[in-house]
Design a protein around this ligand. Sequence first.
Ligand SMILES: [Mg+2]
Length: 348
Amino acid sequence: MDRSIIHVDMDAFYAAVEQRDNPSLIGKPIIIGGASDRGVVCTASYEARKYGIHSAMSAKVAKRLCPNGIYLPVDMKKYKKVSKEVRGIFQRYSNIIEPVSIDEAFLDTTGNDPIPIARKIKKDIRDELQLTASVGVSINKFLAKLASDMDKPDGLTIIRKDEVVELLEPLPVTKLWGVGPSMERELNKLGIYYIGDIQRYDKNVLISIFGKRGKEIYDFSYGIDHRPVEDHILNQSIGEEETFREDIGDMDFLIDRLNSYAKNLSKELKLRGYLIKTITVKVKYKDFSVETRSMTLSIPTNDNKDIFKIGKHILTTRFNFYDKIRLLGLTVSNLIYPEDPIQLSLDI
Ligand SMILES: [Mg+2]
């Protein structure tokens, strides 16, 4: 039996929530996350996107493109609350939900007609939360996500099995799951620009060049994706990061910041009932190059002292600081529900 998978992506989520809560912002270019000059844009309202502003752009560049934009700080607490409300709507229609990020999730609705479900989800989100979502419906995660991206905002796009190969053929390779700029360059070297070029390429050659990844992109080019919708949070991570007002060379200061991130993360883990196994420290240098280092524990924890201790160990022993740093981050991943017997049978 074919699966039916729905991908829901909230439209300009943070900006839409702010516009909903403050109607004077409606119709204006709103940029969330660019309140400080050293920050990065998290979300731009559709009005702001017309100026060329997009997420992950530096606030400085955004302000150059749109000096009259309204720049707001990130109110994570508020967005998390709304995200939870959205998730509550999903739970009415499926038991198998995989959150991808705060504003995006997959639902597996196999066995039921996904199209009326997708319509109801959009309606509930609109009626109850006064927000819009773009929804994609298809037979797997890759195609459902591709579909939700095809008609934004407020779209509902269905990709049917019998149209997949033809639909993918003219699209650029970057539409394939996980093909970013560096993979795109590698593919371009082989004369591959469109998904159709991959469809016509020799699968074994792709595998010999890219290994497992080669098989994956070949399969994706035909719309084949067997990954399940994973209804647990193990692939998720929770993190804190901070761009400093000025570049920092003082290790004691960094250790102190790490301690405060560890406290926040521990609080959140306890609130949500998770333990973690992996701790990652991220450093962005003055020249914007990024390094991350991780450690995986044998015993999971949610204790702030454990998280801090390991984070400090990573920070002080695993990096070679060649320059001052502008950003420090601490992320925990490999999340575990302690009461979940399947997870407890893993190597803990
Ligand atoms: Mg979104």
